[in-house]
Design a protein. Structure first.
Length: 112
């Protein structure tokens, strides 16, 4: 189980490591909505810099901090809810992965 307090400790620790890769870190899912989750912790990484995000660098940091990485859908997965009204290139997800914390709890990561 993950609680909001435990998630915030992890998010605050990771925030400093991921900033050089040009990503914002956001908390989501049951932990954010309900204050806890019996299943997993959902973390979202969103690019913030014009000079370009570094998803490979981000994933390397996450592997170092969270351990082994397992693919939940992989690179280049097109979101199904792309607004067709826009004539620009659709946004592509750089990856959906899961990790296990040091104590074995699941952390799901979504990288935009």
């Amino acid at each position: 189980m993950w609680t909001l307090d435990e998630a915030l400790i992890l998010v605050r620790r990771l925030q400093g490591f991921v900033r050089p890769t040009c990503y914002h870190l956001a908390l989501g899912g049951g932990v954010l909505n309900n204050g806890r989750s019996d299943k997993d912790l959902d973390l979202y990484f969103i690019p913030f810099s014009e000079r370009g995000p570094n998803p490979d660098g981000l994933r390397a940091i996450l592997r170092e901090e969270l351990g082994a990485e397992y693919n939940l859908g992989g690179p280049s997965v097109r979101p199904q809810d792309v607004d067709k009204a826009y004539e620009q290139e659709p946004t592509w997800v750089n990856g959906r992965f899961t990790y296990r914390s040091a104590d074995g709890r699941r952390v799901d990561v979504f990288i935009a």
